[in-house]
Design a protein around this ligand. Structure first.
Ligand code: NIG
Ligand code: FE
Length: 416
């Protein structure tokens, strides 16, 4: 018998997404469903998941246990959103209107919009203002089923403002039910004051920002925007390797707006994840596969940026690259906080099956953040983070329908 202070009973099925990650190739569709199932937890950690009949014999509920009747609905792991820019100040909805009228990302950026306009607003914001403005975004993510997320800095672009962003992310991690992982992204854009001195800015990132971030222990990861006109493959390698020397693990924005060489950089430095990959060339796919890099795909961004195409998920999966999904929530092209929307676009824009997309949004997202031993699947000893979906799990992709009945974080219902 195991003791439990939390139980989900009466689930039509639990799609556990169990199994040692990353789930690549044919394993990408392995959701490991248990029909007529129950899940029990103690102190936020799963102590039982299996057939309801076994739960009756194996689980003793404590007197004050919280019990959710799943009413014959389906249960899936809480989503792991492995790429967001959810902390920022200001508002760029005017850019959305300009894009709807035909302007491209590059045209908007050249006109003083884009990342640089968020940098202006973020530099003016206090740490408290950043926390207060970002908290409702995390609330929306949680209500959409996300129980763990990554958040990047990268709208400060000077030592003090980058540290302020990372402290705001740390405060949100403490205050909010979502589990939050921080990424330092001082190389998100070249700030205006370094416009014609990009290499000097790279030196500032390497010699001042990375050591300061590492000394304060406010980030786990280091990320770079490797893109024509932003940071070159050489810059990106230099920055990611400097981060690694200071204990920051590497991930990279690669091949988002064009083939940038970013996927090769990811493979060369041994990055955990290469993200976006809308324009990844075939030799980039081969490099990712042989280096064991996860492809974290962000179809919500491709959709709102009106890029007219999505990353080649099928080619990536067929080459054996594990695929994760994330929202890229940000003030420019990241208008949706919804992992179910990313799953729907993965299915209908990238020809992934629902099962592949679900694994991408859970187990492989966790792997992308090196959290595969704690979250991303419903297995013994992992966090009891789950989403209860009305009816069958595939109802998640009925966009706009209220398909989420409950979100569970660490064995407690939240956000509804
Ligand atoms: O992932 N590509 C760079 N960064 C973001 C966009 C951030 C912004 O526009 O503010 C991205 O798409
Ligand atoms: Fe991004």
């Amino acid at each position: 018998m195991v003791r439990a202070d939390f139980l989900i009973r009466n689930a039509r099925e639990i799609l556990t997404c169990a199994g040692r990650g990353p789930l690549a190739g044919p394993r990408q569709s392995q959701v490991s469903a248990i029909p007529d199932a129950s899940l029990a937890a103690l102190d936020g950690t799963i102590v039982f998941v299996g057939p309801a009949a076994d739960a009756a014999a194996q689980v003793t509920l404590m007197p004050d246990a919280v019990v959710i009747d799943a009413e014959d609905h389906a249960v899936v792991p809480g989503f792991v959103d492995a790429h967001t820019h959810a902390v920022f100040a200001g508002d760029r909805r005017s850019e959305l209107r300009r894009r709807l009228a035909g302007a491209t990302y590059a045209e908007i950026a050249a006109g003083g919009g884009g990342i640089i306009s968020t940098v202006r607003a973020t530099r003016e914001a206090t740490e408290e203002q950043l926390v207060a403005q970002s908290r409702p975004r995390l609330d929306e993510m949680l209500a959409s089923g996300t129980t763990t997320c990554e958040i990047k800095s990268g709208y400060g672009l000077d030592v003090a403002s980058e540290l302020r962003m990372l402290r705001a992310i740390a405060t949100l991690q403490h205050q909010h039910p979502l589990d939050v992982v921080a990424t330092f992204m001082g190389a998100h854009e070249v700030p205006t004051e370094f416009r014609d001195r990009r290499s000097e800015y790279v030196e500032l990132v390497v010699q001042e920002m990375i050591p300061a971030v590492a000394a304060e222990k406010v980030a786990t990861w280091c990320d770079v925007f490797c893109e024509a006109g932003v940071f070159s493959p050489d810059d990106s390698r230099r920055i990611l390797q400097a981060g690694m020397r200071h204990g920051l693990k590497a991930r990279i924005h690669a091949d988002e707006l064009g083939a940038s060489g970013g996927s090769q950089v990811a493979a060369q430095v041994g990055a955990r994840s290469a993200d976006h990959l809308i324009f990844v060339p075939d030799d980039g796919i081969t490099a990712l596969a042989s280096a064991g890099v996860v492809a974290t795909l962000l179809p919500n961004a491709a959709f709102y940026l009106k890029l007219g195409r999505f990353a080649p998920a099928r080619k990536l999966i067929d080459a054996g690259v594990p695929v994760a999904l994330a929202t890229d929530i940000n003030p420019g092209g990241g208008f949706s906080p919804s992992m179910p929307f990313a799953i729907a676009l993965a299915c209908f824009g990238m020809n992934m099956t629902f099962e592949e997309a679900l694994v991408a949004a859970t187990s492989n997202g966790a792997w992308s953040l090196d959290l595969g031993d704690r979250v991303g699947s419903l297995e013994m000893d992992k966090l009891a983070d789950a989403v209860i979906v009305r009816g069958e799990a595939i109802n998640l992709i009925r966009m706009g329908a209220p398909s989420i009945a409950h979100v569970v974080k660490r064995g407690r219902p939240v956000g509804h």
